[in-house]
Design a protein around this ligand. Structure first.
Ligand SMILES: Cc1ncc(COP(=O)(O)O)c(C=O)c1O
Length: 464
């Protein structure tokens, strides 16, 4: 699939073709825009019409927003409002009896979401549960899987780990009476590089793994968009005797996952990014079958951890269930579960295979357009160019001169993102100090959105 290589800053970067379904590369002019619109007209996977797009600032030149922030907060599916309203109606109609008599009975509500969630992450239904929020689930998983003992105390994360993960693992170290600075190991990319290399992670685990209790990495890194080699890292961790868990916030609904076959110990994800289930939406969790069937594993528990049949007998001791449900603690928030149910159904209907194929085409197309833009501008794509090592997101580092459209001056990713939005209706997000993230989301983004993003960057960043 490699078509050519481009030399940037002394590094040779492979540039891949956009892939099937993408428009012919007719560049940024009118012909290019027509080609993008024609490719959108042919598209059969995109479900944009089923989502609500935020209105544009009056200053923007286009009638509709080009939304590239679905890796931060996904758009609202139109069907969500009715699904939440239906639960409100069932609550009004049935009150306490809604636990059994609601259209989607509340008592086993979480079980309705299980199969769709499992399919999305490549798991068996009994390995999957929708509950809580992401960082809470990571803590619940660590309560089980982070058991420092002897010299095996370390937790390995990426240096570019999302801050919440960093805080979570440091607090786990403290919780166990350990020094977080000594306990938490942050894996850094090689000097001059932005992304981690699989061989370096594997090498670290081969050398130091006997001191590591837990490896907890992001499947797709929030900043660089790098999709780590989950099976290779998991195998290396296991070979060294470590537990291996994954934060899949930026991976779920974005890249194909096979958590069971990859032998992952546990994983957790949120549902508000690519899954479009709304701000703070109820999250998901995976625990491998070999663990869910082990009743001796330590777990934190509550009344939703016990088997459903005897739950209301109010016994002092719970009856363990051989599924990921055993990690549930409280009864789930039904009003917040309804959007997750809608969203997971949409993924089940469209299928990750079709979404990934479309994603490869969209992101490949955006990358090819951006390659032209960044060539003579102070911008750099930091996401891996190999499509197998990334999902939808492309991260751009904004260098000096990319401010004010006039060249020169400080790196100003925030100012640039603001102008992309105000002037061009292109909504991207910034991770300070200097990274703009663009995520063409296969569920609803279009080739024309990608063309607009590249066109807007070309207009706003002065060639150097
Ligand atoms: C990679 C990653 N981990 C953790 C979090 C924190 O998630 P939550 O607030 O849902 O616990 C986020 C939020 O965006 C994230 O991107």
């Amino acid at each position: 699939m490699i078509e050519r290589t481009a030399e940037r800053g002394g590094r040779v970067t492979p540039v891949h073709g956009p892939g099937a379904g993408a428009p012919p590369l007719a560049g940024l002019g009118e012909e290019g825009e027509r080609a993008a619109l024609a490719a959108d007209a042919r598209d059969t996977v995109c479900r944009r019409a089923e989502f609500l797009l935020p209105p544009l600032p009056a200053s923007a030149r286009h009638p509709e927003v080009a939304y590239f922030a679905g890796n931060s907060l996904g758009l609202q599916p139109r069907a969500v409002r009715a699904a939440v309203q239906a639960e409100l109606d069932d609550w009004a109609l049935h009150a306490v009896e809604g636990h059994h008599r609601a259209a989607h009975p509340w008592l086993p509500y979480h079980a309705e979401l299980r199969e769709d969630a499992a399919a999305l992450v490549g798991a068996a239904p009994e390995e999957t549960v929708v509950m809580n929020s992401l960082t809470v689930n990571l803590h619940l998983m660590m309560a089980t899987f982070y058991r420092p003992a002897g010299e095996r105390t370390r937790i390995v994360i990426e240096d570019h780990a999302f801050s919440s993960d960093s805080y979570a693992v440091r607090s786990q170290a403290v919780h166990h009476g350990l020094d977080p600075d000594e306990t938490v190991v942050r894996l850094r990319p090689r000097p001059g590089e932005d992304c981690l290399r699989t061989e370096d992670i594997v090498g670290y685990l081969a050398r130091e793994g006997h001191r590591v209790a837990l490896v907890l990495l992001g499947g797709v890194n929030y900043l660089t968009g790098e999709f780590l080699d989950i099976p290779a890292v998991t195998a290396a961790g296991h070979a060294a005797g470590c537990r291996v868990g994954w934060d899949l916030a930026h991976a779920v609904g974005n890249v194909p996952l096979a958590l069971h076959d990859w032998d992952v110990d546990f994983a957790a994800w949120c549902s508000y990014k690519y899954l479009n289930a709304g701000p703070g939406a109820v999250a998901g969790c995976f625990v491998h079958r070999r663990h869910v069937t082990d009743p001796d594993l330590p777990r934190l528990a509550g009344w939703w951890s016990t088997e459903q049949a005897t739950r209301f007998e109010m016994r002092p001791e719970l009856v363990p269930v051989p599924t990921a449900d055993a990690w549930q603690i409280s009864n789930p928030p039904i009003l917040a579960m309804a959007p997750v149910r809608v969203s997971l159904r949409m993924f089940a209907e469209t299928g990750m295979a079709a979404l990934r194929e479309r994603s490869l085409a969209l992101t490949g197309y955006l990358e090819a357009l951006l390659a032209e833009v960044v060539r003579d501008r102070p911008l750099e794509i930091v996401t891996p160019s190999d499509p197998a090592r990334r999902g939808a997101q492309l991260s751009l580092r904004v260098g000096g001169g990319a401010g004010g459209g006039g060249g020169g001056g400080d790196a100003d990713a925030t100012g640039l993102a603001d102008r992309l939005h105000r002037v061009h209706g292109v909504l991207a997000d910034v991770r300070r100090p200097d990274v703009i993230r663009l995520a063409p989301v296969p569920m609803y983004s279009t080739f024309h959105d990608c063309w607009r993003a590249a066109d807007a960057l070309a207009a706003e960043v002065t060639p150097s």
